[in-house]
Design a protein around this ligand. Structure first.
Ligand SMILES: CC(C)(COP(=O)(O)OP(=O)(O)OC[C@H]1O[C@@H](n2cnc3c(N)ncnc32)[C@H](O)[C@@H]1OP(=O)(O)O)[C@@H](O)C(=O)NCCC(=O)NCCS
Length: 263
């Protein structure tokens, strides 16, 4: 069995959807897989057996740093070294492109695998469910003229610009809202993120925006206690793990990450 780059035919994407669903125990939204393949296709690696993927993973190079996500092994092929092989291959690809710092958000099963490869835990990403009875704030929808401001704040906070991601999310129907000193993307299923705020006032407005149901609060964020005080309930936490120097950016201003797979 060899590790290969992804040939994103519709049949292969169907097979990857099945693999991810079986490994993670819940269906991965096909739209999300399409997003990751469109935006980060060259960073995908798969292990094929008779043409069918039995393990996969994805790396995103942001230039100054990289991210690894969606590492998955079909349950009947676990504990045979496939997860480690895929992850080592993704690390090699990122490093060949000059990336030194690599981050990921690890499930409990993945944490041991990544620790063996040298990753250290630097904190936790907390999945928080928004309280249903929260009074909602109406914020100004972002207009085309706000995109440069959003890109600049996102780049300052995340460490690099992600204009492609914002364009793609808007194309998927995500709403972007603006407040003084912050912005939030409200994804179609209600996740708030990417979201950034320069002050607690801005963060409170963004956290109570109408239609928001869920937040992935990153480690190092200044706004954890604020979310707790507003009644957000923690449903899960994943270990944020880093290999190499510290991530750049103003992580203290970060309110919500886009997803576990890409930071
Ligand atoms: C995590 C996962 C990718 C590991 O894949 P794998 O092919 O079984 O991994 P490997 O055989 O290379 O195992 C490497 C290490 O992972 C850890 N690991 C693997 N399966 C594990 C399990 N069931 N429980 C605890 N640790 C586990 C161990 O540290 C293991 O090393 P060891 O076998 O020397 O003890 C796989 O279990 C999976 O797809 N899980 C569901 C999806 C997921 O959580 N992905 C990770 C997202 S960050």
């Amino acid at each position: 069995m060899t590790i290969e780059t992804l040939d994103p035919t519709p049949a292969m994407l169907d097979a990857l959807d099945r693999l991810l669903g079986a490994a993670y125990g819940h269906p991965v939204w096909r739209a999300q897989l399409d997003r990751f393949v469109s935006l980060y296709g060259s960073g995908w690696r798969v292990v094929l057996e008779y043409g069918e993927p039995v393990a996969c993973g994805m790396a995103v190079s942001y230039g100054r740093f990289g991210w690894i996500g969606l590492v998955a092994t079909r349950p009947d092929r676990e504990r045979q070294g496939l997860g480690r092989r895929i992850t080592a291959e993704l690390l090699g690809w990122l490093r060949a492109g000059g990336v030194e710092t690599i981050a990921l958000d690890a499930s409990d099963k993945g944490q041991g695998l990544y620790a063996q490869l040298g990753f250290r835990v630097v904190g936790h990403v907390r999945a928080l469910a928004a309280p249903t009875l929260l009074p909602s704030t109406t914020l100004r929808p972002a207009a085309d003229g706000d995109l440069a401001t959003i890109d600049a704040l996102d780049a300052e906070t995340f460490g690099v610009p992600r204009a492609d991601l914002h364009r793609y999310l808007r194309g998927e129907g995500a709403r972007y809202v603006i407040t003084d000193g912050g912005f939030a993307c409200v994804q179609p299923e209600g996740t708030i993120g990417p979201a950034m705020a320069r002050s607690a006032t801005a963060a409170a407005a963004l956290l109570t925006v109408s239609g928001a149901t869920r937040l992935l609060l990153p480690p190092g964020s200044s706004y954890g206690e604020l979310a707790d005080s507003l009644g957000f309930i923690e449903t899960r936490r994943l270990a944020r793990m880093v290999l190499g120097p510290t991530l750049p950016g103003r992580r203290d201003l970060e309110l919500g990450v886009a997803n576990y797979a890409t930071g």
